[in-house]
Write a protein that binds this ligand. Sequence first.
Ligand code: WT7
Length: 658
Amino acid sequence: MSSDSSAKIETVLQEERVFNPSDETINRASIKGFAQYQKMVNSAKSDPQKFWGEAALEGLHWFKPFNTVLDWTDPPFARWFDGGKTNVSYNCLDRHVKQGKGEKIAIIWEGEPGEVRKITYKQLLEQVCRTANALKEIGIKKGDLVALYMPMVPEAAVAMLACARIGAPHSVVFGGFSSEALRDRINDGQAKAIITADGGFRKDKIISLKNAVDSALSGNSCPSVESVLVVKRTSESISFSPGRDYWWHELVPAQSIDCPAEEMDSEDRLFVLYTSGSTGKPKGVVHTTAGYNLWAHMTFQWIFDVREEEIYWCTADVGWITGHSYIVYGPLSNGSTTVMYEGVPRPSNPGAFWDLIERHKINIFYTAPTAIRAFMKSGRDIPDKYNLKSLRLLGTVGEPINPEAWIWYRDVIGGNSCPIVDTWWQTETGGVMISPLPGAIPTKPGSATLPLPGIEAEIVNAEGKSVDVNQGGYLVIKHPWPGMMRTVHGNPQRFRESYWEYLPPINGSLVYFAGDGARRDKDGYFWIMGRVDDVINVSGHRLGTMEIESALVSHNSVAEAAVVGKPDDIKGEAIVAFVTLESGANHNEKLLTDLKVHVSTEIGAIARPDEIRFTNSLPKTRSGKIMRRLLRALAAGEEVKGDTSTLEDRNVLDELRK
Ligand code: WT7
């Protein structure tokens, strides 16, 4: 571990400040006080079937009620709410309109250049119906997979809901991924259509999306794709392939607003979302209809506890799970007003977030630690210029937050009065798993605090035995929950092995493990310590070191590559690549730049190495395994400690140190 990160963990260990919910927070909360939380925990634990069954009847609309709550007869393949029929788009739209909330604003959208659109629930329902009918017109049927490659425009949310409405699962690919990455995801899921835009605005530049789609599809490399629906956003010139490509503004507005929601089985697929693991290609995480909807719905309600008139904003992109659960499905299922922003803070507008909060009078703000650390670095003068008094609750997600950043967030952004919810979860968990409930759980800076009711989390060692207080170990979940991923698309064996058989069963039952280390303090609070596998977290984006290595090795000049993370003040982790070259290749500045560009092309700019170090060989064990522990220490500029006796060639270390 680096001196830097061990210093961080020490501060975490010494962190003893506790912030109790204020009377005001408790009074307005639905879950008031620790005793009420405890009561919910106990009822979920003593009778999970009853707890989840009641929650599902209350939280969702059912065309037909379910027969069973949880079927866990074939673990780890769970079935939730079998026999039931529901529709996620109905739950997010129709039921609110039917309850007289049609005129309420569902989405407040702001584009990076500054235009604002406010869409009511009634308008959103109409747009979703039109889009759903348009999808039908281009041949999309229930069960067909639709890929989305979109900027942060309202049409992204509309498209997701339109897919859900007709039972066509979506596969959203983050707009920052390259055409190669898009192609892999299209082919893995066999997407039948793509919804995209000409381009999007990002940091005062145009990101060309349609061009990337064209290259992904070029040379018939994605034979499953029959059509491409294109939103006009930037009006840049793009090429159009007749018979395959359709303009959204020509096809969609012409459709009828009548499109009854398909009655879906609880376990029908809602979406596939790709995420990085420690081995192989990114995994298509499969989420299904009722369980996912319920989990996004309940967790949103429990944690953010949004009142009718309040405005909520999550700064994520819809290309990530945070955007799925907490920009689109969670808020809309609860009938809340959700803000969508196309831009990010940038040199031309460093106060962009605070400006939005002031103008739209945002009450609840949910962002990532990396953003908070960047704001801290540029100084409080920027946020201090804005009126942030509308805020009443702040959230963070994506990576561990250091106590310093937590305190700064609370003080400078929250005016020392907003509770902070540090929410721990993953693409695989569908929604938040460990988080404070603002009116019930005292917070400690840097801790995600306690599991939500129904979530049985624990820290164990490699043998599956519980560890002592403050001992680090593997963070596991011991009981299925409705929002859990159901499988890896096309690879159930990988689902079983990577998540449920990584650790031995506990008391005969499989336990879920998805890669994080953590410890628990004397109060039972969870302190997440980060990934223990070969996954790195760069600015809250999850990347497999293997993926970046394969991208590097696919370059002609590269023989071998090993990628590690190194502590970074702003990004959390920075990417360092150790590379050996093919004989004859010259390790010069040009190749260095070429390799960085190559990785951006293969995966996307988020995977671009911050540092590349050329070397003649990599440190390996006698069995040929790269010793990343050594490389991590070297990358962080530390002394290599611990056992190096398994190293095949001791000279490698000396060479790397130079
Ligand atoms: C990984 C999951 C969950 C949506 C965004 C990322 C890390 C996430 C926290 C937190 C410490 C966190 C974990 C996890 N992580 N939230 N509050 N504290 N670490 O989703 O891309 O699936 O990444 O993000 O390491 O495993 P993801």
